[in-house]
Design a protein around this ligand. Sequence first.
Ligand SMILES: [Zn+2]
Length: 264
Amino acid sequence: MMRRRDMPELPEVELMCRNLRRWTSGKTIVATEGIENASQLLHKNIRTCFRRGKYCILPIGELFVIIHFRMTGKVVLLREERKFLRRKIILCDGMEIGIIDQRRFSTLEIIVSANYESRFTSLGEEVWPIHRSAQWYQSRLGNRRSSLKALLLRQDIIAGLGNIMCSEICFRIRCNPQMKASDLSLDQWGLLDGAIHEFVGQVLSEEEGDEIHYVSQGGSLPKSFLVYGRGGLPCVECTASIIHWQISGRATYACPKCQAYEVS
Ligand SMILES: [Zn+2]
């Protein structure tokens, strides 16, 4: 199944973590290409792979390998020559894993596990798979005058949400992305948890397989996208034409009826 995504956000990173965990857990690395100081990783047990925000983290021996995919990076199982291959890991059973990245912004860091907490002190809290209450959201976001979308994108408050998710979440709670956070009611904050879990759940259930495809690579949109990329098409709830505009230079989609809001 072809999957179409923008740059990696929480669900895409979660999928890549699941793939990495499936491919690498319990194995060791015997060789690498394109990774600095990689000799310290060799022949040590890869325990698991987990997600923190938009990072994939592999505990290997006493070290943590921290991967961030930025714009176009993704992790793939190498079965053939791949364009834009930047890093390669060869496992003890011969399996080869690559990070391909057209725009070269992805990063890979190696830290000692004792430095894990301090590495992520400026990263915000997780909102999936953990559930968060209306009060939790309101106390962190509700006293601010920034737009709802700008706040949801702040990785130092909530980790992992991205541009596509913000349009989809705002549509699901029927709030305009440009609405001032301080104007949301407690009831509206209470809808966020369900919206985030619904969207992530939909993406994870429609995506399976070894490779993520990004929206920027072209093709049709996934079913989980109710507004994103649907400018001019009828709203799934009310049939009004979906509008799109830029907030902070990023594409934003909303229904002008379901998410009506007077910008003041
Ligand atoms: Zn609508």
